[in-house]
Design a binder for this molecule. Structure first.
Ligand code: CTP
Length: 378
């Protein structure tokens, strides 16, 4: 239908971006398709709707020059091919009409710039000016243009690169990784909502540690969540050492992700030790202690949610509760314990007891943060 409508407009159109990428990778059911029209996206959308039997409603976003309609459970987004130029202080580009090539140039990664022709004379042909196909095969995230330009133009792309590397199990090309490190400070112009959107996608991947290790390596994590990077490192006094709680945390997050897809339980795993950096002390008699870290941790959850503009609702309270209780893994897990304080804890956990047990399990079965760190740095 789109092909027929395209012919009627006398212009060209292509499927582009995530749909093409995921189709080639054989990745799940698509939810949306992006169509780029060399000409007007709005005009093409209206023509497509006219040709469909149920004449779906076309939602027009005049300011962006885009239009959207729903068909067969898919959101189809139409945009006119464009050329973009950026201003240093904003993610909002200046936009002018362009060719398909201009439009591919403005995209974030080579694997997201692949286009499939919908034109009668070349239907189904792949237009791949940056060798995106090769990068898909080699599992590489790479920018079409100089990475310093791509990331500086739209710093959200630094988070997207790391998110795609985590979701798809791809490597970020070396120059690109260096450019992210160089441009990391520019993340400050990105809204917290958008940052959290990417963090959530990283947390929901099979191995979230991949993303957090990359955020850490590039220095982005320190800018976004310094409370987490503060957990890194091992100190030694009088021959006594404590474990590296940063790498331990990432291991716990991976462990728990094998047992649950619930986002907020994964958040609880990520934050379960954050009270340990500010509460760390060395005591001559007992060695390293983190006394009271669970209470401090729960307070820090609130501050972090506020800082990241995450909703301060029941989900936040749930994360707080698990963080507050998670440092008693062994006693809670032992059914024979009759201690009233422990019984109280189990009582307080209420309906969340299963999740608390899962978190505790994930915590105690992580034994080797050092080896884990090495794995990520290779
Ligand atoms: N895009 C971009 N820069 C961004 C966001 C998006 O260049 N900061 C382009 C990419 O070509 C991307 C397309 O717009 O493929 C659609 O973006 P989006 O829907 O956010 O991502 P998808 O690639 O579709 O992936 P996902 O649905 O997993 O987010």
């Amino acid at each position: 239908t789109i092909s027929k409508a395209t012919e009627e407009t006398g212009h060209e159109s292509y499927v582009i971006g995530g749909y093409v990428r995921d189709h080639i990778l054989g990745r799940g059911e698509p939810k949306d398709i992006d169509i780029v029209a060399v000409g007007s996206g709005i005009e093409l959308a209206k023509k497509v709707s006219g040709l469909l039997p149920h004449k779906p409603k076309v939602q027009v976003f005049k300011n962006f020059g885009t239009a959207m309609l729903r068909a067969e459970n898919l959101e189809i987004e139409f945009v006119g091919a464009r050329k973009e130029s950026y201003n240093r202080d904003s993610r909002k580009p200046m936009v002018e009409d362009g060719t398909l090539e201009d439009d591919q140039n403005r995209r974030d990664f080579t694997i997201n710039a692949l286009a499939l022709s919908l034109n009668a004379n070349s239907y189904g042909d792949l237009v791949d000016p940056f060798n995106g196909m090769k990068d898909l095969e080699n599992k590489v995230i790479k920018t079409p243009l100089d990475p310093d330009i791509t990331y500086s133009d739209d710093p959200l792309r630094m988070m997207r690169a790391i998110r795609f590397a985590t979701q798809l199990n791809f490597k970020i090309e070396k120059e690109s990784l260096k450019a992210i490190t160089r441009n990391k400070e520019r993340i400050k112009i990105i809204s917290n909502e958008r940052i959290v959107e990417e963090l959530n996608k990283i947390l929901l991947a099979d191995k979230p540690s991949v993303g957090f290790a990359l955020l850490h390596k590039t220095g982005l994590l320190h800018l976004i969540m310094p409370q987490l990077t503060a957990l890194e490192g091992i100190e030694e006094i009088e021959g006594q050492r404590h474990k590296d709680n940063f790498w331990h945390t990432l291991e716990v997050v991976d462990n728990i992700s094998e047992n649950t897809n619930y986002l907020w339980l994964r958040w609880a795993a990520l934050l379960h030790d954050i009270g340990k950096a500010p509460s760390k002390r060395f005591d001559k008699k007992i060695g390293w202690t983190f006394h009271g870290h669970e209470f401090l941790g729960a307070k820090m959850v609130y501050r972090l949610f506020k800082q990241l503009r995450l909703p301060l609702n029941e989900k936040m309270k749930y994360v707080q509760k698990l963080v507050l209780m998670s440092s008693r893994p062994i006693v809670i897990a032992d059914e024979n314990v009759t201690d009233s304080a422990v019984r109280r804890l189990v009582f307080d956990a209420g309906d969340d007891i299963e999740d608390l047990m899962t978190l505790c399990e994930a915590d105690i079965t992580t034994k080797n943060p050092k080896r884990f760190k090495k794995y990520h740095n290779n």
